[in-house]
Design a protein around this ligand. Structure first.
Ligand code: VNL
Length: 390
C-alpha cells in the first residue's frame, strides 16, 4: 500500500469510528423517574419531581454534550405498577438510568430488572436497609431507618426516658426502625414494654394509641412513612397522650417538613432523629430551600426532596465521569465514592455498599418566625447504615 492510500484508509476508518460515537454523544441521556405521583405516597412523588426539576434548572439540561431527558412515571405507589413501568422504560424508552422509588416494595420489585439490564437504579426515597443488597446496580441517595433509629436509642435513655412502646408501619422500614431503635435502647438499659405495628395502607392509629395509653410508657417511639405523620400527631394530641405524661419520640419521617407547619402547636417539643431538616443551618441549604419554595408556590422541601436533588447530582456527575458516553457499568462506577456537600450536610456514596454515609441530627420541633421547624440541636457525624455492619 502506498503511503497516500494508507493515510486515506486510516482517515476513513477514523471517520467511520467517530460517526456512531458522535451520534451517541448527541443522543439524549434518559432518566426514567418512577414515583408515586398519586395515591397514599403522592407527597413523596411531588417533592422528588420538584427537586429533580430544580436541580436541572440550576445545573442545565445538557451534561457532557448529552441533553438530559427526564421521563416521569406515576406508579400510584403500587409495586406491581412500578415494576411494569420500569420494564417499559428499559425496553421501550431505553433509559440510561432508573430513579425514584417512593416506597421499599417498589424498589424491591424493580431491583431484578436493574440487575438483568445493567441499568443503574438511584433510590431517592425508599429506606429499608436491605434495598441496596437487592441489586449491585442500586445506589441510594435517601437514608436508611437503622441509620436514624439507633441515634434515638442512644438519646432517649440519657434524657429520662426509661420505658417505651414502639409503633411502626408494618413493612420493611418500620421493621428496621423497631429493631434498631429497640436493640440500642435496651442495650442502654431502657425497657421496651410493647411493640405495635400498624398496616401501611389506610392505618387507623386510634386503637393502637389507646393501647399505648394503657401501657403508660415514658415515651412512644414512632415510625410512619412520609405523609402519614400528621395523622399520628393529630390522634396523639386528641387522645391527650402528652397530658397523660407520655412523650412522643420518632424518626424525622413523622415530623416531615412537608406537613410539619400544619400540625399545630401539639407538635412543639417533639424530639426526632433524621438526616435532613429544612432548618439546617448552612449557606447551601438556605439557597436550596429558597429556590425550591420560589419554584413551587412556597412548598417547603422535605427529606424526600433532598433525596431527589442529590440523586440528580449523583447521576449528573456520573455522566460527566464517562465524558458523556454513559453505559450502565461505567455510570455505576462514576456514582460510587462520590463525596459532596448536600443541603443536609456532607455526604459520601460508600463504594462498597452503594449506600449513603451522612450526618444524623437530633432535632426538636420549635417555632421560628411563627412557623414550626425541626431545629437541630446535636449531630452524629458520618453515620454508615448499621444494617450493613454484620
Ligand atoms: C419508606 C421509608 C417510605 C421512609 C417513606 O415515605 C419513608 C420506604 C414514603 O422505604 O418505603 O418516610
Amino acid at each position: 500500500m502506498k503511503r497516500r492510500q494508507l493515510i486515506q484508509v486510516c482517515s476513513l476508518t477514523a471517520v467511520a469510528l467517530a460517526a456512531p460515537l458522535a451520534l451517541a454523544q448527541s443522543a439524549p441521556f434518559k432518566i426514567g423517574l418512577v414515583l408515586p405521583m398519586t395515591g397514599q405516597q403522592a407527597s413523596t412523588g411531588r417533592q422528588i419531581e420538584a427537586a429533580a426539576r430544580l436541580y436541572m434548572a440550576q445545573n442545565g439540561d445538557t451534561v457532557a454534550g448529552r441533553k438530559i431527558e427526564l421521563i416521569v412515571k406515576d406508579d400510584t405507589s403500587l409495586p406491581d405498577v412500578t415494576k411494569r413501568l420500569a420494564q417499559e422504560l428499559i425496553v421501550n424508552d431505553k433509559v440510561d438510568v432508573l430513579a425514584g422509588m417512593g416506597i421499599t416494595p417498589s424498589a424491591m420489585a424493580t431491583a431484578p430488572l436493574a440487575t438483568q439490564s445493567k441499568t443503574p437504579l438511584v433510590v431517592m426515597a425508599a429506606a429499608t436497609s436491605s434495598i441496596t443488597n437487592a441489586s449491585p446496580y442500586i445506589v441510594r441517595s435517601s437514608f436508611t431507618l437503622p441509620q436514624v433509629s439507633v441515634a434515638m436509642g442512644d438519646w432517649a435513655p440519657k434524657n429520662g426516658i426509661k420505658s417505651v412502646v414502639t409503633l411502626v408501619s408494618d413493612y420493611g422500614p418500620g421493621n428496621d426502625a423497631e429493631k434498631y431503635f429497640s436493640e440500642r435502647f435496651a442495650l442502654n438499659g431502657g425497657k421496651v414494654i410493647e411493640k405495635l405495628r400498624v398496616p401501611l395502607r389506610n392505618p387507623d392509629f386510634a386503637p393502637f394509641l389507646q393501647k399505648v395509653r394503657d401501657a403508660k410508657p415514658d415515651a412512644l417511639f414512632v415510625f410512619v412513612p412520609s405523609g402519614a405523620g400528621a395523622a399520628v400527631m393529630k390522634q396523639f394530641v386528641e387522645r391527650g397522650m402528652d397530658k397523660a405524661g407520655i412523650k412522643l419520640i420518632a424518626t424525622g419521617d413523622v415530623t416531615d417538613d412537608d406537613q410539619l407547619n400544619d400540625m399545630g402547636d401539639g407538635a412543639l417539643g417533639v424530639v426526632t432523629t433524621h438526616h435532613y431538616s429544612a432548618d439546617h443551618n448552612s449557606a447551601l441549604n438556605k439557597k436550596f430551600v429558597d429556590a425550591f419554595q420560589k419554584a413551587n408556590k412556597g412548598m417547603r422541601p422535605n427529606f424526600m426532596g433532598v433525596g431527589g436533588y442529590d440523586g440528580m447530582r449523583i447521576i449528573y456527575e456520573a455522566l460527566k465521569s464517562t465524558k458523556g458516553k454513559g453505559g450502565g457499568d461505567a455510570l455505576l462506577a462514576g456514582m460510587k465514592g462520590q463525596v459532596f456537600e448536600s443541603p443536609r450536610g456532607e455526604v459520601l456514596i460508600d463504594a462498597q455498599t452503594r449506600d449513603i454515609v451522612q450526618d444524623v441530627y437530633l432535632r426538636k420541633v420549635e417555632k421560628k418566625n411563627g412557623q414550626l421547624y425541626n431545629v437541630e440541636f446535636d449531630v452524629i457525624k458520618a453515620v454508615k447504615d448499621p444494617g450493613k455492619e454484620k
